[in-house]
Design a protein around this ligand. Sequence first.
Ligand SMILES: Cc1ncc(C[n+]2csc(CCOP(=O)(O)OP(=O)(O)O)c2C)c(N)n1
Ligand SMILES: [Mg+2]
Length: 480
Amino acid sequence: MAFWFSRSRLANHLIRKMCSSQNLIRSSGISSSSLLNLWNPSLIHGIGRNPRAVLENLKTHSADCRFASTKAREERDTRFDNDENQVLDFPGGRVMFTYQLKFISESPEKRADCFRVLDDNGQPIAGDYIELVNKEVAVKMYSNMVTLQIMDTIFYEAQRQGRISFYLTSIGEEAINIASAAALTIDDLIFPQYREPGVLLWRGFSLQEFANQCFSNKADYGKGRQMPIHYGSNKLNYFTISSPIATQIPQAVGAAYSLKMDQKNACAVTYFGDGGTSEGDFHAALNFAAVMEAPVIFFCRNNGWAISTPTSEQFRSDGLVVRGPAYGIRSIRVDGNDALAVYCAVRAAREMAINEQRPILVEALTYRAGHHSTSDDSTKYRPVDEIEHWKTMRDPVSRFRKWVEGNGWWSEVDESELRSDVRKKILDAIQAAEKADKPPLADLFTDVYSDIPSNLREQERSVRETVQKHPQDYPPDVPV
Ligand SMILES: Cc1ncc(C[n+]2csc(CCOP(=O)(O)OP(=O)(O)O)c2C)c(N)n1
Ligand SMILES: [Mg+2]
């Protein structure tokens, strides 16, 4: 760094020496800051017509006297051409000097725009993008959004009935879930937070597979060792959800970098909430991805809340989209309740991430229309009419339906058939999952070490003893 500063100091010194006729400068009516503009070679025109030209002449003349030897002159030409005294050639590019003591404002005059294709009534307002989604994709997207909604409603009730221990809905974020998934390919690696089961649904995870996980039965891929909704699927390139917030973000960058090294035609996509961006992992991940040029899409669901913490207590920036450029990441803000806008943005993001081998940040503005989870009652910390407004006026599912119906691709009959079919399938899946055997206790201790260490053997022996002593405190259907 010292090198650049010393270079610019040297330039400053030389300019002052060359332009020693201060009176001339003053009488020309040119301020000292505009004098410095004279060091732009593109201004060497029209000598004799204006004071600038006079000064230009002075500069050229003085410079010629100063550098008697050709070698020195060449050196001067390369060093001080192009506004050397106004520009700092610094790693990453050229930086303009300013002589105004001016701080960069903490907030821009205008907030970042939000891309949308459909208005609140499902009417297209950005026609150019409509044709990207054909009938087949649109109907599948809408059907998946409805399926996710019904799945959420029934599983939520199952938790309230005490049949599963925990649940968390995606209500209000169906467009984000389904439309982003639709814009990706199965080879793209998904690193979810937890409010994105629709991505898995789109990829073909069956209702039975969802139920098996929530009921922690033998068919659950996690062998009942995770809380409900911590889904994962090797087959569908969906990394298993982990409870600690934001851990998935740097993992996605690492995976994206491996895709880059293997020259794969795929990217990694990580989802996270507004709350997740307060974790150090978020910042480290963005910086790492930018520097390593990793093909990763950072998808932030800015839904206004991190459990009971509003975004105003989370950050003071204009949401998250403005953070991207700070790390050197191309970014877009999108209406998260407009399925077409989400689809178009993610599709474009994917193309850029893969073709240009770079990270992209997408911030989707939305609202967590449900409670955080079954462990929460959001009416305790936010107005009920706010929740109602988003649930009714800004519902992403009915908005998308209006567009699909308007195209003649969907009818009332289709709607009722879909709803009763999905409802029945989910109820059947829940019944089957509930009846299925639980994984044996021994599974608690496997799959981490190839040879189980002695401390774990000891824990296993101790838990068996405790279950035998106090059977009433343990589920009777877990084989010991
Ligand atoms: C490291 C860590 N800190 C705190 C928690 C507790 N916690 C679980 S969810 C959550 C809120 C996350 O909010 P956000 O990222 O906005 O996602 P949203 O629930 O809104 O979809 C918190 C604080 C956690 N799981 N992990
Ligand atoms: Mg949130």
